[in-house]
Design a protein around this ligand. Structure first.
Ligand code: ATP
Length: 290
């Protein structure tokens, strides 16, 4: 994900909406090549994962801010689900944290340190992203899983595969971890690709996690088992979820409702239902979450 642009050539497929996923990937890599380290930027290592957005303003163009005056504090280890109408800015809000885009006003801090004062690579090492579209590289399963940690040995790769519930699938393949995936190899199902991206994150082991929850239709059983792996993955990490599933939302420590007016309300599921506001209305129209 964070590798240099020449890796694009190696992308062989993405899931579930290949082209849009690919475009999105390009868009991210293309973004602000001028985002770079300040001369005195510091390397951070093993952050706790306290996150704070302070009066943040951001727009993709100068004329129209997508986010304006965002204030949000997330405690280390907390799981926060972002919900709200399509296009309100949930994804944008989360992508400001790894500095895919530079904010126009305000600040974002991690453990009290402004992210602009951190070395970009070290900031991004603290953050794992599980996206709807899983990028696969032409190569073996081992290489694809090790993308989460290029130094990982086979034992660590198997452990990550086990925790992502991918182990029995790989063990059943004649070539195991040496199996070539993609166009010239074994084709993975949508659910297997999702699990592979979860395995990468177990290897990467970041203190902060951003989950872009899939909106695509996986069968119920697959979805439930992936949900289990994601819940395990989120444990002990600060987790921001761009949420679409009611089950995820219900179990989050906090729900943040983002609308075109910014953060409209936040609280637990029951607090927000009691409040009878935007979330309660969304909840009544459950299809909004699907
Ligand atoms: P969804 O639930 O559909 O994913 P969202 O709440 O995550 O929506 P964003 O994807 O953050 O919303 O989009 C917020 C606004 O910014 C939208 O108006 C969108 O069209 C615009 N936008 C998003 N990405 C870009 C981009 N790369 N360049 C320009 N505008 C963008």
């Amino acid at each position: 994900f964070f590798r240099p642009i020449e890796k694009i050539n190696a992308i062989i497929e993405s899931y579930p909406k290949g082209y849009s996923g690919f475009k999105r990937f390009l868009a991210i890599l293309d973004t602000n090549p001028d985002i770079s380290d300040k001369p005195d930027a510091r390397a951070v290592d093993e952050v706790q994962g306290d996150i704070s957005y302070n009066d943040v303003r951001f727009g993709y163009t100068d004329t129209r801010p997508v986010l304006d005056g965002i204030d949000l504090s997330i405690r280390a280890g907390e799981t926060v689900a972002f919900v709200g109408p399509s296009g309100a800015g949930k994804t944008t809000l989360c992508s400001l944290l790894p500095r895919f885009y530079e904010i126009q006003d305000g600040s974002i801090t991690v453990d009290g340190i402004d992210i602009r004062d951190m070395q970009l690579a070290s900031l991004r090492r603290q953050i794992g992203i599980v996206q709807q579209d899983v990028f696969m590289f032409s190569g073996t399963l081992r290489e694809n899983i090790r993308y989460g940690d290029l130094m990982a040995d086979d034992e660590a790769v198997w452990e990550a595969a086990r925790r992502a519930e991918l182990e029995s699938f790989i063990r059943a393949l004649p070539d195991g971890l040496d199996t070539v995936v993609g166009e010239r190899g074994v084709k993975l199902s949508g659910g297997q690709k999702q699990r592979l991206s979860i395995a990468r994150m177990f290897l990467k082991n970041p203190p902060i996690l951003i989950l872009d929850e899939a909106t695509s239709a996986l069968d119920t059983e697959t979805e439930a088992s992936i949900q289990r792996s994601l819940t395990e993955l989120a444990e002990g990490r600060t987790t921001l979820i761009i949420a679409h599933r009611l089950a995820t939302i219900r179990h989050a420590d906090r729900i943040v409702v983002v609308t075109e007016n910014g953060i409209e309300e936040e609280g637990s599921h029951s607090e927000l239902l009691e409040r009878g506001g935007h979330y309660a209305r969304l909840h009544d129209v459950q299809t909004v979450f699907v």
